[in-house]
Design a protein around this ligand. Structure first.
Ligand code: GLP
Length: 231
């Protein structure tokens, strides 16, 4: 299906997540926050309401990142609880945050590794909170946030905006068996073009995803990419 609207993007991604969990009920998913995935989570909520067979009680959900020194109500963990966890039958003990779990990468590996990582993309090409110049062989780590990231996310805060975060690394993401990156709106068109039609460079962390053998990039502005057939 050629995606032309945000609603179509959200529906397509929700259906892919549903299919992943139907195929593997105890799948390990890495999940993003921010504006782009909101429609996907709202669509999932709709499906949970109308489809009693939808069972995510064994599914493990890993947040991609979290702010440091954050007011709980402004945290990414609260975002996922409010927009997904409490609107599904995901078990609390199967939800994980890098700010709450020591040795995040080890826990991911012990639970079988990531089956599917859903990503957004920052305006500077960051994935999770891997900002430009992040080492591609990085695992979960703490990081300072760039000005462009702080500017883009400023409206998300009622309290003081943190300038540091903890995030899965680029290598954590690359070890996921499958990756779906979503982008919405003309403000992301240029960075998506740089990331997936430009050179692979630390300046654009998302560009490293070009090397992943099972990546889909889905947007509502006419760009798409599927690396599964190019290896
Ligand atoms: C934040 C998050 C990323 C997210 C990005 C884009 O930096 N750490 O995971 O992809 O913002 O968010 P949005 O979808 O709101 O543009």
């Amino acid at each position: 299906m050629h995606i032309q609207t945000y609603d179509q993007l959200s529906e397509q991604v929700a259906l892919k997540l549903i299919a992943t969990v139907k195929e593997k009920p105890n799948a390990c998913l890495a999940l993003p926050t921010g504006k782009t995935p909101l429609g996907t989570y709202q669509t999932l909520t709709k499906h949970f309401k109308i489809d009693p067979a939808l069972d995510w009680s064994k599914t493990r959900c890993f947040a991609l990142d979290e702010y440091l020194e954050i007011k709980e109500s402004d945290s990414f963990h609260t975002f996922l609880i409010e927009h997904l966890y409490q609107k599904s039958n995901i078990a609390t003990e199967n939800t994980f945050s890098p700010a709450q779990v020591v040795n995040y990468d080890e826990v991911i590996e012990q639970l079988g590794g990531l089956d599917l990582t859903l990503l957004g993309i920052g305006r500077n090409g960051h994935i999770a909170f891997n900002e430009p110049e992040t080492c591609p062989l990085s695992f979960t780590h703490c990081t300072w946030l760039e000005k462009s990231t702080l500017d883009a996310n400023r409206s998300d805060f009622t309290g003081k905006q943190p300038d540091r975060a903890i995030t899965v690394g680029i290598e954590t993401i690359m070890r996921s068996r499958r990756i779906i990156l979503i982008a919405s709106g003309s403000s992301k068109r240029e960075i998506v073009k740089q990331a997936f039609s430009g050179e692979i460079t630390r300046r654009v962390p998302a560009s490293f995803l070009q090397k992943h053998p099972n990546l889909q990039v889905l947007t509502d502005f006419g760009f798409s990419l599927d690396t599964t057939n190019s290896w």
